[in-house]
Ligand binder design. Structure first.
Ligand code: CA
Length: 520
């Protein structure tokens, strides 16, 4: 049997692994390949929705520096996560595994630190490895030659290093650039290639703009999504029950930066958030919000007008954090040019997940619906990734670990669920690729300070999405070509019964392989 005939016999990602190995010699000695591999910088944002990135067609913001990476590399248009929440996403990035297999199914814990990860394997192959920024896993980083964890939010973060913890002064996005620059310059004479996971705390709640970005993104100017006033009809009861509505679940002082008016623990949290600021930072903060808060107090919007006002305040602050992050990306890219490293360095831009920016009336993430399920993925690799191209294959954050290993010339463990995107990055057209991606959200929480999103799981193909909410035994089916906003549930439509009959067994197979227990 010829190789090509053999490969055509496969469907799914395993064939891709075989092709990648055949095409790029991944079976070569890790140690010898590793020393010659490119440097790799994984820029990892938090909660950065595709809709807030210029090159993804954002109606809200321009991001010239992230867009530059896309203009000089390849942008993945169908990029998704396995479980749209912070800690599980990081565990998946490290291990190439869906949440059930790596143990970190929720933000709570359970990560299996004994699993193979890309820092351990690239380190063993001769790479110098570093992690700078948000970590969020219950164990200390392992496999990294250098690590520093930032804790404490947007201002004056605590920098946790092996054996020490020290509060920095500055806006966290800029502090993390200082930390990255310091490490990059400190290793300038090293002959080893490096891999840096530059993991930002931005643009996570509570969207606190930095002093240099207060004046951007005037409130009132941002177009509203079509589903800002969604009534959740046709969706599972879990959608209406989720506590992540802009109308009701953004808190005055904590989220909206209004004067506190008796929200108890949330007011205390907001006060603690501001207590971190220095005097100068606090004065700039008070000055920035004084006039718009005075206008709000004078206008006293109500009803839908109040929802619209909250949306504008929320999105403006979110975008101010995005712009700071984009500026930090620009500093890094400029530095690579100045250091003469741009040609030898793969730069990846992605986020731990997407985010709702008013779609379905929501903020936050967690859902398999597109705004939080999709995540940006851009790869610049000069000379290897064709500039200004896009790839529309279905890719997922389970693929990042295999991709980093393949870039470093290291064998991808067969136990990893993801596959290397290296051939796609290099523009190799593969005649077979996965036909669907699997998603599962596990976290179960309750109470006023929780989002109370019910656990659910599903499958997405290039065109359709099938999902199940076990708590309500409720199924949803969407045609993403005809209904990109996911408001028309086709599951009970007799015209789609045959499609359901095709997709449901595929979802059951994926869940058995990757996910939770079978439905009872
Ligand atoms: Ca996140």
């Amino acid at each position: 049997m010829t190789l090509s005939r053999h490969l055509r016999g496969f469907v799914g990602p395993w064939a891709v692994t075989a092709i990648a190995a055949a095409s790029f010699g991944q079976a070569a000695s890790p140690a010898s390949e590793g020393r010659d591999g490119p440097n790799i910088i994984l820029i990892y944002a938090d909660d950065h929705a595709q809709r807030a990135i210029g090159c993804y067609g954002s109606p809200l913001v321009s991001t010239p520096n992230i867009d530059r990476l896309a203009a000089e590399g390849v942008r993945f248009t169908q990029s998704f996560v396995a479980n749209s929440i912070c800690a599980p996403a990081r565990a998946t990035v490290l291990t190439g595994l869906h949440s059930r297999a790596n143990g970190q199914t929720t933000n709570g814990g359970g990560f299996d630190d004994e699993l193979p990860t890309w820092p351990k394997l690239l380190g063993a192959a001769g790479y110098e490895t570093a992690m700078i920024g948000k970590w969020h896993l219950p164990t200390d980083p392992s496999g990294f030659d250098h690590w520093v964890i930032a804790r404490g939010g947007y201002y004056n973060p605590d920098l946790v290093r092996p054996g020490s913890r020290e509060r920095a002064t500055g806006y966290t996005t800029e502090v993390l650039w200082d930390e990255a620059l310091s490490w990059l310059e400190g290793r300038a004479d090293s002959e080893e290639p490096f891999v840096l996971w530059w993991s930002h705390a931005a643009v996570h709640r509570t969207w606190m703009p930095g002093p240099s970005w207060h004046g951007l993104h005037a409130e009132g100017a941002h177009p509203e999504p079509a589903t800002l006033f969604d009534d959740y009809s046709g969706r599972s009861p879990a959608a209406a029950a989720a506590q992540m509505r802009i109308a009701e679940d953004l808190f005055r002082a904590y989220d909206l930066k209004l004067p506190p008016t008796g929200e108890g623990v949330l007011d205390a949290r907001a006060a603690a958030m501001l207590e971190r600021l220095t005097g100068d930072q606090r004065r700039a903060w008070e000055e920035a919000y004084a006039a718009p808060n005075a206008a709000f107090a004078a206008e006293r919007p109500e009803g839908d007008d109040l929802v619209r006002w909250k949306y504008q305040r929320y999105v403006a602050d979110y975008l101010r954090c995005v712009s700071a992050l984009d500026d930090a990306v620009g500093r890094l890219v400029d530095w690579l040019d100045e250091a003469g490293l741009a040609e030898d360095t793969v730069v990846i831009y992605t986020s731990d997940q997407g985010f709702f920016l008013g779609e379905h009336g929501w903020y936050d993430k967690r859902w398999i619906y597109e705004p939080s399920f999709a995540t940006p993925l851009i790869v610049r690799w000069p000379g290897r990734a064709e500039a200004g191209t896009t790839c529309s294959e279905l890719v997922q954050n389970i693929d990042l670990a295999p991709t980093l290993l393949a870039l470093g010339g290291v064998d991808v463990p067969g136990s990893m669920h993801g596959v290397s995107l290296r051939p796609l990055i290099e523009g190799v057209h593969l005649f077979t690729w996965r036909r669907e991606v699997y998603y599962e959200y596990f976290q179960r929480d309750s109470g006023r300070l929780s989002h109370t999103v019910a656990p659910h799981y599903g499958l997405r193909t290039q065109r359709h999405k099938l999902l199940h909410v076990p708590d309500h035994d409720f199924w949803e089916l969407y045609d993403l070509h005809l209904d990109p906003d996911e408001t028309t549930n086709l599951y009970a439509d007799p015209a789609h019964a045959a499609l359901v009959a095709t997709l449901a067994p595929r979802l059951a197979t994926l869940r058995e392989r990757y996910g939770g227990p079978a439905d009872r």
